[in-house]
Design a protein around this ligand. Sequence first.
Ligand code: GAL
Length: 367
Amino acid sequence: MRKILAVAAAAALALSLSACGRDTGTPATGASGSSAAAVKGTIGVAMPTKTSERWIKDGDNIKQQLEAAGYQVNLVYANDDIPTQVTQVNDMITKKNQLLVVAAIDGVALKGALAEAKSAGIPVIAYDRLLRETDAVSYYTTFDNFKVGVQQGTSLLAGLAASGKPKPWNVELFAGSPDDNNATFFFNGAMSILQPKIDDGTIKIASGETDFKVVATLRWDAAVAKKRMENILTKSYASSDVNGVLAPYDGISRGIIAALKGSGYGSGGKVLPVVTGQDAELESVKSILAGEQYSTIFKDTSELAKATVKMIQEITSGATVTVNDTKSYDNGLKVVPTELLQPVACDKSSCKKILLDAKYYTDAQLA
Ligand code: GAL
């Protein structure tokens, strides 16, 4: 009996090592090619912060779905602190977690730790945010980030047109954290729609601030965005109104709206400008339904978790990994094979139905 157990343990170990050691960096497409059962160890999941609702949902969804599939989960959050995240990832490697799922705070800062993962034969999936300047990342699961920006720009223009305000429209631009690869994609996507309107004089940027580095918001911090909006209002809008603000994420949108309200917008006949967003955070969805924030971009995080868990099962069973994009995400060292999900824009006319249909919120939450 003891001998049988020893043989079984050795076989399991061999399977585990071969699953970990296979070249997961090779772009793979097509249907799953193997029916081998997954080796189910502990999956390390490193999330950036709990200050944003979405990452809590992301972590919960991945944990729940992985546990239901028979894995153990080592889920950690790093309080938006880069050294904390580096330590957490190193710890996962020391503990020989079977595979790492990482939503980075800074896309480059983990490259040293990830090199260790690679030499330990631990596959790495970049989750939502690309891991840059490393060849240790095997795959990437995310939403179509350029399209998110296109949707934000398109929604801003739709809101401006619906506002009935005369052209040229006064618009201000905000972008996300410069160390998050997504921020550039969102901004470039939005500018692909807005730049022609700036060029033809339909849109005026009174502050003159259009450069990504200048409009970026470190750590996606609402307080930083609020401060910058306050400064812009003081400096550039003493004798005119701002009609629209490109905001890349709901937390930033709420910071901007707070600055606007502090300056008299939203009362006494001074209407709030059209403000975009992203993530369909509950507070922002309520703000949209109340007619304050104009729109958001809904990214169904349970679907992203599902795609990631499927990928983990494929990797840990040695099956062919299915991805739908092998050209968009160059991390500086390699083009990372990516599973891209589709974002959905919503505003006051559509948010409620979209979010209830997706079961993202309940009726009671949105009442
Ligand atoms: C991005 C992410 C957005 C938003 C933002 C701030 O990386 O793609 O959906 O959550 O971070 O957390």
